[in-house]
Design a protein around this ligand. Structure first.
Ligand code: MTE
Ligand code: MO
Length: 366
């Protein structure tokens, strides 16, 4: 069983791959880039290939003078240094992060926003401390309903002045969940600047925006946070002209992708290859992955391979020997342990979030 494949190993699979996979830029200043999902298949995404989604320029933070302020509805306001945090019990979790805008470009018509294809998703081993342990030092009051997480990064947003910081709130329950971390290490190394150094939140099961990077403040609130990134962004907005209220995005939806072959690949008739890919869900384990090589007429169960963890994606694979020359339409869909599966097409929404429609692509057999 192979769970990580270098370009050489992939080429032996009969599929053309780049020699040096690299992040795929989708926007510059600030830099936003995708994991090259057609070029790499492993449970843990190498840090240099982990997608980057930043609303503003990366803030320069000096780890020596950096402090994490904990205030608001607490008995004991705090300003913690990195050393203070590192003295708490250490935790490690493998968790997948997916940007809510992943697969936005597959919506028709295409909503505005970073033009993500399907690589705004990656997995890493995060190391740090439980957010609950940090909060218990500050002793939240009974009135505390939400936890506001503030990043040090700031900039202007449409329709607003002065510059604002990136900030998101979590329910009290989610903030105290034992799997919600404040991470200072990623894949065994100190957290890199792009991914939130010196400290970021990692909120498994939720879309990426809750995993606030460059954390500088945790503020307990006695009411619902109504800042820009909570109410003007990151909700499912109806089409223009509709009076329907925006809906919450909710947990990461069950989703799956085909790594190989890529759309447009040329395969040889009579030669067996392995179809491989990823499947994940924010609500439970992946129970099944089904693959079709005939446009969705028939489906076969793929094998789930490699390691598993409660908040991490699963690798899948399926052998296939294409016989008939011509175009073949491939499709993949996953089912999670709650029984949730992928819709033929996800509901269109004005900002293009949470697209988990059945993934389809076409390959040529010669
Ligand atoms: N401070 C801050 N935190 C942030 C963001 C940001 O712009 N600023 N982007 C969020 C979004 S939308 C996503 S998808 C994830 C991406 O994390 P990554 O860049 O490590 O992949 O970070 C989240 N945390
Ligand atoms: Mo995101």
């Amino acid at each position: 069983m192979t769970t990580a494949q270098s370009p050489d190993e992939l080429a032996r699979n009969g599929l053309p791959v780049e020699a040096e996979p690299a992040l795929v830029p989708r926007q510059t200043a600030p830099d936003n880039a995708e994991f090259p999902i057609q070029q790499w298949w492993s449970w843990i995404t190498p840090t240099r290939l982990f997608y980057v989604r930043s609303h503003f320029a990366v803030p320069a933070l000096d780890p020596a003078s950096w402090r994490l302020v904990v205030d608001g509805e607490v008995e004991r306001p705090l300003a913690l240094s990195l050393a203070d945090l590192q003295a708490l019990p250490r935790q490690r979790r493998v968790a997948t992060l997916e940007c809510a805008g992943n697969r936005r470009t597959e919506f028709e018509p295409r909503p505005p926003g970073v033009p993500w294809q399907d690589g705004a998703v990656s997995s890493a081993e995060w190391e740090g401390v439980a957010l609950a342990d940090v909060l218990s030092l500050a002793r939240p009051r009974a009135a505390a309903q939400e936890l506001l997480l503030e990043g040090a990064d700031q900039g202007m947003v449409a329709g607003g002045e002065p510059p604002i910081r990136f900030a998101r709130s979590l329910s009290r329950e989610r903030a105290l969940h034992p799997d919600t971390l404040l991470a200072d290490r990623m894949n065994g190394d100190p957290l890199p600047a792009d991914h939130g150094a010196p400290l970021r939140a990692v909120v498994p099961g939720r879309y990426g925006m809750d995993s606030v990077k460059w954390l500088v403040r945790l503020r307990l609130l006695d009411r619902a946070f109504d800042g820009h990134f909570q109410v003007n962004d990151y909700r499912l907005f109806p089409p223009a002209g509709s009076t329907a209220p925006p809906r919450p995005i909710g947990p990461v939806r069950v989703n799956s992708l085909i790594t190989w072959p890529a759309g447009g690949a040329e395969l040889r008739a009579g030669r067996e290859i392995r179809l491989v890919g990823y499947a994940w869900s924010g609500s439970g384990a992946i129970r099944d992955v089904e693959v079709s090589v005939d446009g969705g007429a028939t489906w076969k169960a793929a094998a789930l391979v490699g390691p598993e963890a409660p908040h991490a994606w699963r690798l899948w694979e399926l052998g296939w020997k294409p016989e008939a020359p011509g175009a073949h339409r491939l499709a993949v869909r996953a089912v999670d342990s709650t029984g949730a599966t992928q819709p033929e097409q996800a509901d269109w929404n004005a900002k293009g979030y949470a697209n988990n429609g059945v993934r389809r692509l076409e390959v040529q057999v010669r």
